[in-house]
Design a protein around this ligand. Sequence first.
Ligand code: SF4
Length: 505
Amino acid sequence: MAEGAVAGAAHDPAAAAIGSGLKKRTKEALANDFLRKAVAFTTDKLRSGKLNATDEFGDWEAWRERGRAIRQHTVSHLDYYLGQFADNVAANGGSVYFCEGADDAVRVFMEIARRKQAKLVAKGKSMVSEEIHLNHHLEEDGIEAIETDLGEYILQLAKETPSHLIIPAIHKNKRQIADLFEEDAGRPFEPDTKTLAAYAKQKLRNYFLEADIGLTGCNFGVAESGSITLVSNEGNGRMVSTLPKTHVVVMGMERLVPTFEDLEVVLNLLARSATGQKLTTYTSIVTGPRREGDLDGPEELHVIILDNGRSAQLGDPIFQDVLNCIRCAACLNVCPVYRQVGGHTYGSVYSGPIGAVLTPLLQQDMKEAGTLAYASSLCGACYEACPVKIPLHDMLVQLRHRKVKMKLTALPERVAFKMYQTMFGNVTLYKLATKSAYYLQKPLVRNGFIKAGPPPLSGWTQSRFMPMLPKQSFRDKWAKLQAELAAKKPAASGGADEAKGGGAK
Ligand code: SF4
């Protein structure tokens, strides 16, 4: 596709089983004790790190409010800031491509790769490249793509996808990583962090030097200067954006801030919320390709800006704020659902509460992806943790509402809720139903509880007992109690007058 052009949205084949496979994946994850312990262990560490870092920062609520205001302002004026950013990237000597769908972004990247006769692409961490399944397309074209973020590199060896936004291999322990490295190197490895990191470092160093293209995401684009900000704790982002002759950035269209002053706020919020650090170890700011006299840097800089369902949220009174996300993963770390099942259960690139909202919206698919809205207890912990105050729990309720309105829930569920609505709207029907339920439940009751019900009740009784419905409803008990109290009261008028010393003298 030509520079600056826009084309049609892509169909994502991976979306097919997101909803229909959710129950199966959940069962598998719940049966995997190792996974549950590993995820809970790391998310606990991240949570406590975040609490320390935010306490130390001072008035965290005021910082959250600043962050929310910056992101909301940027997203509300996205057309202006995108234009300013693109103009400045071009003025700095870079090229910008606006792509409507995943297919377009892949096409642009492949055109650059072919033109550069690329054989090897070194990748920094980029969720958007996962979103468009770029590795798969590179492989099809015979181009080797190497993940240089350690977590992503481990997953590439394991042929798996990330299961956390910032700790992609959260579900793996050192022994499993050592096994993967053993297979790769053909020699034994001790499950020791230093040894494993040293092996990865030495392998990746060669890739940085040999790669034809360095591919990165973009944590924040700065509109006023056309700069790309990359944060990492391993320094790979800096290597990938400096050593190869061509640097390609693939970024979501919403990942902008207007100024460097705003960047300071969001970088603080990101590091503290993500890992409990004051700032990430490496913060690289790339402004254009190498200039005359520069000691290093790429000869070409290409910036691919992806829409892929994002612009459909602009102007939406409920969902626009989802574009304010800075991908810190704090909402994953506190989510009682994510902490039990991990990221792969969601079946999509983005997991946890943000993934459950973002995936159906980006894919514009309520039938399959919309089912993720049910992967939540709606406790609101995600909102409390979010540094830019995105009301994810409200959005999840609204997505469920949307799914119901579109008649995309199962027929028995729709019939059941219709009956429920009719029953609760009519006192006589309600009384009749509760009375009948008392007698209908009898074959299932053991010692005052229903311990094993037929479907769909079995979904409830598999993990808890349900107390039997009482013979007398609260409404009946209340009426009886009122009648008893009224009968016990002394006669109203005479008694009251006597007590006041009143009456005719
Ligand atoms: S929704 Fe909020 S907490 Fe979750 S990843 Fe985005 S910014 Fe972080």
